[in-house]
Design a protein around this ligand. Structure first.
Ligand code: SF4
Length: 315
């Protein structure tokens, strides 16, 4: 999959001080499954080394970009370079964007916004990040700073791979395949948003006799909206309970008790999510429960990423 990434996170020496901010997760783990498209609007506009920048709010609520050194208004130059970088990354079939936090260009609601008097007023999107949000409203987008949080990282990676699956699926999709696609994403979607899962089911049900192109387009919008939602302990617990319903009839009392204890321990953040899921998968394999085995929630991304092995991957 192709992911656009702030150049400094890729170890490129494009920062104002000609340094970089190489990110270990991006470079050492996710890179095995992704092709990165680099961008750096500031380097494109001003080269490096260069004076650092800051965002300043104008009286009319617009935002300008100032040089920290000279106070010069550099808004137009940075916006032009950001637009060029945006057009350049848009040439690729992207599955996501990873941005550098706190940057006046790349930060996602983490760039400091100053008042004219030099005090920090609030946090804002950087210039490039704001353009990305507008151009790619459904694309998975995250900052490297937030990806240090195990729960946000797991959510983002699940979103990336689900997005990629849909992009591949829609190329030659048929109605029958859409029904199957929806079916195998049941538990993943329920772990995100039960209501959206039900709405997606209605779209697939097609009671209004719409054309397949209309159905697919509606499904795409809602599916991408649903996978952008964050899971929670409660929603994931419900999914685990629901899945356990499929194996229950095969288990003896002791096995049932142990499975439920694992689900309780997961919800209490004593053990990681991978434990009850592995138990469920083992029973599904042993008793050949195909419906469970084909659920993407069991393997939403390559297991080597091991994101569910951390007790902190739940909130
Ligand atoms: S944060 Fe963005 S603009 Fe700043 S150096 Fe990194 S890629 Fe370039």
């Amino acid at each position: 999959m192709k992911i656009a990434v702030s150049g400094c996170l890729l170890g490129e020496k494009v920062r104002f001080d000609a340094g970089h901010k190489r990110d270990a997760f991006v470079m050492d783990a996710l890179s095995k499954y992704a092709e990165y498209i680099s961008f750096c609007p500031e380097n494109m506009a001003f080269g490096n080394p260069r004076p650092s920048l800051r965002l300043v709010s104008n009286k009319d609520n617009t935002i300008k970009v100032e040089s920290n050194k000279t106070g010069e208004d550099l808004s137009e130059k940075l916006r032009a370079a950001s637009k060029a970088d945006l057009e350049s990354i848009a040439l690729h079939s992207l599955c996501g964007i990873i941005l550098k936090s706190k940057s006046p260009s790349c930060g996602m609601m983490s760039a400091k916004l100053y008042q004219d008097n030099g005090f920090v007023e609030s946090k804002s999107d950087g210039v490039f990040a704001a353009m990305c949000r507008e151009k790619f409203p459904l694309l998975p987008m995250e900052e490297e700073g937030r990806l240090c949080d195990a729960w946000l990282r797991e959510n983002f990676v699940m979103q990336l791979f689900a997005y990629e699956r849909f992009e591949k699926f829609k190329v030659n999709a048929t109605m029958k395949e859409l029904v199957a696609f929806h079916s195998v994403h049941k538990f993943l979607l329920q772990s995100k948003d039960e209501n959206l899962y039900r709405q997606l089911g209605k779209i697939v049900g097609n009671h209004e006799d719409k054309s397949f192109a209309e159905i697919l387009s509606e499904y795409e919008f809602l599916f991408k909206t649903a996978i952008a939602k964050k899971s929670s302990k409660g929603k994931t617990r419900n999914v685990l309970e629901h899945m356990s319903g499929f194996v229950k009839s095969h288990l003896n009392a002791k096995e049932k008790e142990m499975l439920h204890e694992q689900i309780d321990d997961y919800a209490a953040q004593i053990i990681p999510l991978i434990l009850p899921l592995s138990t469920l998968k083992l029973y599904a394999q042993k008793y050949e429960i195909a419906y469970l085995l084909e659920q993407t929630f069991l393997s939403p991304y390559p297991k080597e990423l091991a994101l569910r092995s951390d007790v902190k991957c739940v909130k």
